[in-house]
Design a binder for this molecule. Structure first.
Ligand SMILES: [Zn+2]
Length: 266
């Protein structure tokens, strides 16, 4: 199967931006396990960042955008990663945003170059889907977790499709407000390529969190996230979902199975 762009095969392409630490200041710092040490980063959390390109036969879908960081050769990481799989920014048809935290929405808009502050939509022909109430929440809680300058530029682009509650974008994609991580965080179910994909954003960010109950301090409502993960795991086992994990470089995506009562990678 070939996707709409006729450039790449239909399927999942993890776009790994690598590992970072994040401290109380909510600043993401690149972390190289070979050179860096966590003892030099007190009170920091180690996170892996990984948006996805999901190519179906009709659309190229970007699932969250990553940090919007530039690499050592001044190239936007998400462009470079897309380029490595054979895609250009204008090949992206839809950008689906689980929520608007910087590590997920940091590359919705980018600067023309490092000399200017002019921001423009990073994916010039894409529609960006996000929850209206998540947008309002970001504006009401402006601070270190959200980059309002980038969000404002996205608004100016006229490429936003605001979603209200649960629904369908097209025959393949449905969305649902989960809450948990942020009050209006959303998850996506995508039926395409003969598969049932589940993108849980930061409510289902890592494979290991599907295996055992884990309440995260960084969630708006950690107990709700934990309960939802158990629900999604059950749903995934019953429907043979392929889960995509934004914060998991070791197991970017997988199906689940039960083995002696334990949730395992299929
Ligand atoms: Zn988040």
């Amino acid at each position: 199967m070939i996707s709409k762009s006729q450039k790449i095969k239909a399927g999942i392409y993890p776009l790994s931006e690598g590992s970072y630490t994040i401290g109380w200041d909510k600043i993401f710092k690149p972390f190289d396990a070979e050179k860096d040490s966590m003892t030099d980063r007190p009170a920091s959390l180690l996170v892996e960042i990984q948006p996805f390109l999901l190519a179906t036969e009709t659309q190229n879908i970007l699932l969250d955008t990553g940090l919007g960081f530039y690499d050592s050769s001044d190239e936007l990481m998400i462009y470079k990663l897309l380029n490595q799989i054979g895609l250009q920014p204008e090949d992206i048809d839809l950008v689906l945003l689980s929520h608007l935290h910087k590590d997920h929405a940091g590359a919705v808009c980018i600067k023309e170059n490092s000399q200017t502050r002019n921001l423009f939509a990073a994916f010039p022909t894409a529609k960006y889907y996000l929850q209206n109430e998540e947008w309002n929440y970001a504006y009401a809680h402006a601070g270190s977790s959200y980059d309002l300058e980038i969000l404002e530029a996205l608004k100016q682009s006229g490429q936003i499709e605001l979603l209200d509650g649960d629904g369908k974008i097209n025959d393949e994609i449905s969305y649902e407000i989960s809450g948990g991580h942020t009050p209006f965080h959303q998850i996506f179910r995508i039926n395409a390529n003969g598969e049932k994909y589940f993108y849980g954003g930061d409510v289902a960010p890592q494979f290991s969190q599907m295996q055992r109950k884990f309440v995260a301090k960084y969630d708006f409502d950690g107990k709700r996230s934990a309960a939802l993960r158990q629900q999604y795991t059950q749903e995934g086992l019953e429907n043979d979902y392929t889960f995509l994990f934004f914060h998991d470089l070791k197991i970017p995506f997988c199906k689940l199975k039960l083995e002696s009562g334990m949730v395992m990678k299929k």
